[in-house]
Design a protein around this ligand. Structure first.
Ligand SMILES: O=C(O)CCC(=O)C(=O)O
Length: 351
């Protein structure tokens, strides 16, 4: 209906000398009416520069319930900061394997995941909060045998912005669960959340006859994950029906994934996204994944108000740390078990 009237308006004005002025006005009106923008793949975009409307909260809730993913724009993280981190991270990933393994699965820090643990084409560095500067600096001193604080300063700036953004998004997700939920549950349940950053580097084989899996299907163990991906693409999310949908990169756009902890806490009202990365060409791919998690000793148990009248509990209460251990105990090294989810750990089987 909206589109029909828009086309008609253009048509009757097409010979007018005021054509452009009127066209602009009509587009402006359309922009206001379309307050819940969607990307070309139909996944909603959360525009943080706009006031939240009940209808946008509903779109986000639906996206989080059906897909576990949506886009964020106007988030205040500059493209320059991401590009700087990407170029400084290259210095880390370009080091010889032996050097990177000083932080590998058998080191005391264990902040480097080498190739062939999650996938032959994937490696990553982890930076822990709350003091991201110290964590990044400790790792880079071990790798470079000298102190160069530029990288650590940028990481700290990025992660501090990510912390603020994560808090904001968790509040919005609580609002999307119903009136009063944010006031009731943010301070009591989410105040002690903490974050860590994973810097991911993908390099496919030199000769590629067909696409390869850069990172296999998995869910995140976080409450939410905020992802920056470079322009190469390859991130996909799985629909409930099992179809893979591209989550295409777009400048200035971050991707928000719901993780297992929020899925369990919301009793499946919000869905932990099943995602993977496919490499379609030999270009290096870079991403930054910021995981926002409950504190380790938190017992996750969906509150009755979130459960709602007459709904069955989907999960036994569990301690966060026990779930993290369940996922990390992998004979091949320390990496999340691909394919295992919180349902395997604490799900209550239907009778
Ligand atoms: O690189 C990406 O786009 C996804 C990364 C991811 O899923 C992860 O780090 O868990």
């Amino acid at each position: 209906m909206l589109c029909a009237s828009y086309t008609y308006f253009l048509y009757i004005l097409s010979d007018s000398k005021f054509r452009w002025q009127h066209v602009c006005i009509s587009i402006h009106i359309l922009g206001i009416i379309m307050s819940n923008p969607k990307s070309h793949d139909g996944i909603p975009i959360l525009d943080l520069s706009q006031p939240l409307q009940p209808s946008s909260l509903f779109s986000l809730y639906k996206a989080a319930k059906d897909w576990g993913v949506f886009y964020i724009i106007n988030h205040g993280i500059s493209k320059d900061l991401c590009s700087h981190i990407q170029s400084l991270s290259k210095n880390l990933f370009n080091l010889p394997s032996d050097t990177k393994l000083r932080l590998g699965p058998f080191s005391s820090l264990k902040s480097y995941t080498p190739h062939f643990i999650a996938s032959p084409f994937f490696e990553s560095f982890r930076v822990n909060g709350p003091n991201f500067y110290v964590s990044a600096n400790t790792s880079s001193e071990i790798l470079f045998d000298k102190n160069d604080s530029k990288f650590s300063v940028m990481i700290e700036e990025y992660c501090s912005k990510m912390e603020d953004l994560s808090k904001r998004i968790v509040k919005i997700m609580l609002m999307s669960l119903g009136e009063g939920m944010e006031k009731k549950f943010y301070n009591s349940e989410f105040k002690k959340c903490h974050g860590y950053l994973r810097i991911n580097n993908y390099s496919g084989p030199d000769v590629m006859e067909e696409e390869v899996e850069g990172l296999g299907m998995h869910t995140d163990m976080s409450c939410i994950t905020i992802l920056y991906q470079d322009e190469i693409g390859g991130l996909q999310v799985r629909s409930k029906e099992g179809e893979w949908i591209d989550i295409s990169p777009s400048e200035g756009t971050l991707v928000l994934n719901i993780g297992d902890m929020l899925q369990a806490w919301s009793n499946d009202k919000l869905r932990s996204s099943e995602h993977r990365v496919l490499l379609k060409n030999h270009f290096n791919r870079f991403s930054l994944a910021f995981f926002w998690c409950f504190e380790n000793d938190k017992v996750i148990c969906a509150p009755d108000e979130v459960l709602g009248d007459g709904n069955k509990r989907m999960y036994k209460p569990f301690v966060c740390f026990d779930y993290l251990k369940f996922r990390e105990n992998n004979e091949k090294g320390r990496f999340d078990k691909v394919g295992f989810t919180v349902r395997d750990f604490a799900g209550i089987k239907a009778q």
